[in-house]
Structure formats: C-alpha cells, structure tokens
Design a protein around this ligand. Structure first.
Ligand SMILES: Cc1cc2nc3c(=O)[nH]c(=O)nc-3n(C[C@H](O)[C@H](O)[C@H](O)COP(=O)(O)O)c2cc1C
Length: 178
C-alpha cells in the first residue's frame, strides 16, 4: 500500500479516527492507494508481549507492523494527551524493529486537541523522534485545535482546514509546487 495513515491512539471513539477517515477519503479522491490503521487494532498486551526480549514473538503485533511498514509514505494522526502525544504511540514506536523501518520514509503529521494548542508540542516532540530515526517529516504540519468545534459530521466548519490539508497532501505525494 502506497500510503499508511496511522491513528495514534487506542481511545474508543477517538476523534483521531474520524480525522484519519477524512484523510483517507481525500487521498482516495486523488486516486492514491491508502490504508487506514489504528493503534486500537493492536493486541492489548503488546507492551509486555511484543517489546524488548519479546520482540518478534507476538504474531498479531508482527502482522500489524508488517502491514504498516509496507508503505512508502505515512500520515500520523496525533491527538494531544497531557501536552504531548499519547504514550501508546511511543510504545508502538519502541516496538518497531531497529534500524527503523521509517528510515528515509516521508511522514506527514496531523495534530488535534480539544484545547487551543492543536497538539503543537506533540508534533514537535514527534518530529524530534522521527528525525532521530532518519525519517523525513513533511514541513507542512496540520494542527486542529478545538477539534470538537471545528470538525462535525465528517467535515470541517472552517474552509481553511480542507485547503491546508490539500497543501500538505501535495507535499507528501510530491505534486510540483507553482
Ligand atoms: C489522556 C488524555 C489526555 C489529554 N490531554 C489533553 C491536553 O493536554 N490538551 C488538550 O487540549 N486536550 C487533551 N485531551 C483531549 C484530547 O485532545 C481530545 O480527546 C481530542 O478529541 C483528541 O483526542 P482523541 O483522538 O482521543 O479524541 C486529552 C485526552 C486524553 C484521553
């Protein structure tokens, strides 16, 4: 699959999943091959059964990772939890093989929050990590503060969001800029 969208939380009924579905539709409308994966599909005990000495031993975790890393490009949907990104997302990254399968891959970041930050710090923290892993983070990051007001009935209230999302997707896909 050309592009993987990863929902960066396992919270039931997460708004991140809805934003991921929005991105999936936008990419499908462009004719892109895209898959939507969510951390809520991981085995609940993966922190204990798939990391460190147990690396490679959890078949369900391995299958998820194999599917995920088969892509050339990635979109991470990142909710703001306690001023950063969710712990489960870091645990997932810590469970990936070394050297990182994200090495040299292109990653677009999308942050959302009910507060006014739009996960700005979370995206900054993740950018540091992805650069450490030698991934290429798309410069144009989308931040959606007050997501509960801005995103309703599977669409954005403020037309600025669809516009900046299309611009971000142009950069991820490599559409020439004029
Ligand atoms: C553990 C936890 C911590 C959170 N911390 C913050 C926060 O620091 N700032 C904020 O604006 N929203 C915070 N939220 C609210 C999320 O931004 C909100 O749930 C939003 O819808 C995005 O997350 P979701 O994909 O889980 O729905 C937090 C939510 C949870 C579950």
């Amino acid at each position: 699959m050309a592009i993987s969208i990863l929902v960066g939380t396992n919270r039931p009924l997460a708004r991140s999943l809805e934003i991921g579905q929005y991105y999936q539709k936008r990419l499908q409308a462009r004719g892109e091959k895209v898959q939507l994966l969510s951390l809520d599909e991981l085995p609940p005990d993966f922190a204990f059964s798939a990391l460190y000495q147990a690396q490679g031993k959890n078949e369900k975790f391995n299958a998820f990772v194999e599917k995920f890393v088969a892509s050339e490009k990635f979109i991470f949907i990142v909710p703001e939890y306690n001023g950063s990104f969710p712990g489960i997302l870091k645990t997932f990254l810590d469970g990936l093989p070394y050297p990182s399968p994200l090495r040299y891959k292109k990653i677009a970041l999308v942050g959302l929050s009910t507060g006014v930050q739009g996960a700005t710090l979370a995206l900054s923290h993740l950018t540091d990590i992805f650069h450490y892993l030698v991934a290429e983070v798309v410069a144009h990051k989308v931040r959606i503060p007050e997501v509960h007001k801005q995103f309703q009935n599977q669409d954005f209230i403020n037309p600025i969001y669809p516009k900046i999302i299309e611009e971000q997707l142009d950069l991820l896909i490599g559409v020439p800029q004029v």
